[in-house]
Write a protein that binds this ligand. Sequence first.
Ligand SMILES: O=C(O)CNC(=O)[C@H](CS)NC(=O)CCC(=O)C(=O)O
Length: 277
Amino acid sequence: MTRAALLQLTSSDDPAENLPRVVSEVRAAAAEGAGFVLTPEVTNCVSASRTRQREVLRVENEDRTLAGLRDEAARAGIWLLIGSLAVKSDPPEERFANRSFLIAPDGAITARYDKMHMFDVQVSEAETYRESAGYAPGQRAVIAETPFGTLGLTVCYDLRFPYLYRALAQSGAEILTVPSAFSPATGPLHWEPLLRARAIETGSYVLAPAQTGDHAASRGRARSTWGHSLAVSPWGEVLADAGTAPGVTFVDIDRSAVAEARARIPSLTHGRDFEGP
Ligand SMILES: O=C(O)CNC(=O)[C@H](CS)NC(=O)CCC(=O)C(=O)O
């Protein structure tokens, strides 16, 4: 059994301001016994302005948030999933990467995953997202070993592509991570059912730390996000819902629940190759 902690944040578009907040939340989570801490999508910078992002984002090796959180993971001796950082690609190209990092208790980066599905969607008359204009999508799915289970790394809009989750689970993932900055237009009806469906259809834990609330922006339109960081059991039960306030939510995870759920419904092994349509 491992105690996981989902951090719910209201990151601004200033990485220097966000880092000390995240560090203090990680510290608080570790002090309460968390062995695995997870942060949301774009932990370092929520922004709708590419001008602003060009100013404040850095390549991975120069990213202060990554360095600071690696130090903190090592200090606290915890596993840390940095849900994602917006980083400049290396070598620098026009577009950024939306990249998840898994940090081991010695501070080493043991896995990286670049978000594959880009949120290019008009969610309402007033709100349009063109994620692929700012970010280059990743090309490969990633699983990573930890002592408490094999992780399958995904980010936010990936959630709507079930084939990715089935592939991750069939490759050994037991805990699917979905760090997010979900839109308030889609969150109310889509967030929880999609997360529960991914858990049920793969017999996996789903851990989804999220951005929440109104994000301060020094440039461009201010963004809002849905919050409700969620932990779902491999049988589909909502184990924790963080509501809309920033803070830390704890959940105990036990990989034997994965084996149990898959023994009851072995749908991962019942796939069919079919013709048509
Ligand atoms: O823009 C950034 O810096 C980082 N990327 C995001 O916040 C992305 C694209 S705008 N958000 C989502 O994927 C929300 C998906 C969603 O809300 C849904 O599927 O309904």
